[in-house]
Design a protein around this ligand. Structure first.
Ligand code: SF4
Ligand code: SF4
Length: 145
């Protein structure tokens, strides 16, 4: 359970967006009904067939609702997005590092991604994804996050 530092963890995510921009995951799983809800909000989930049914198992990333590092449908984001907290967010919430250090990890990840660093995936696993690897279908559920 995240016991404190709510403002800091929210600030971290507002300045990060790595779990929405395709760096960590390829898509975000959607619950039944969420595709239409996203379209009505102007965030085309993409990947739809001619009948409007989703082709794949989730919202493709980079997410259509992401502007910069911010989710423009935050209040109405899918359930999976609401439940997700990466290792870094949890570590910040538990006081294992402070906000400046956490933002440094995000900057480090971005730099490695931009440089296509050979250790990028290992770094992302260790600092963000945990057991979920780069081919994960989307942000895993994190009980209590
Ligand atoms: S949950 Fe993690 S990867 Fe997603 S925006 Fe927050 S800090 Fe970044
Ligand atoms: S809906 Fe919002 S929180 Fe969910 S993947 Fe897209 S940008 Fe991220």
């Amino acid at each position: 359970m995240l016991s404190w530092g709510v403002a800091d963890v929210e600030l971290l995510c507002e300045r990060c967006g790595l779990c929405c921009d395709g760096t960590l995951y390829r898509r975000t799983p959607l619950a039944p009904g969420e595709v239409e809800a996203l379209r009505s909000l102007g965030a085309d989930p993409g990947g739809l067939d001619a009948a409007g049914a989703p082709r794949g198992p989730g919202l493709p990333q980079p997410c259509a609702a992401l502007e910069g590092t911010l989710c423009v449908i935050y209040a109405a984001r899918p359930a999976r997005c609401r439940r997700y907290a990466c290792l870094l967010r949890r570590a910040l919430g538990e006081g294992e590092l402070d906000l400046a250090e956490a933002l440094g990890v995000v900057a480090d990840a971005r730099a490695r991604a931009a440089a296509r660093a050979p250790d990028l995936e290992r770094f992302l696993d260790q600092r963000f994804r945990g057991h979920a690897g780069p081919l994960a279908a989307g942000p895993p559920e994190v009980p209590g996050a």
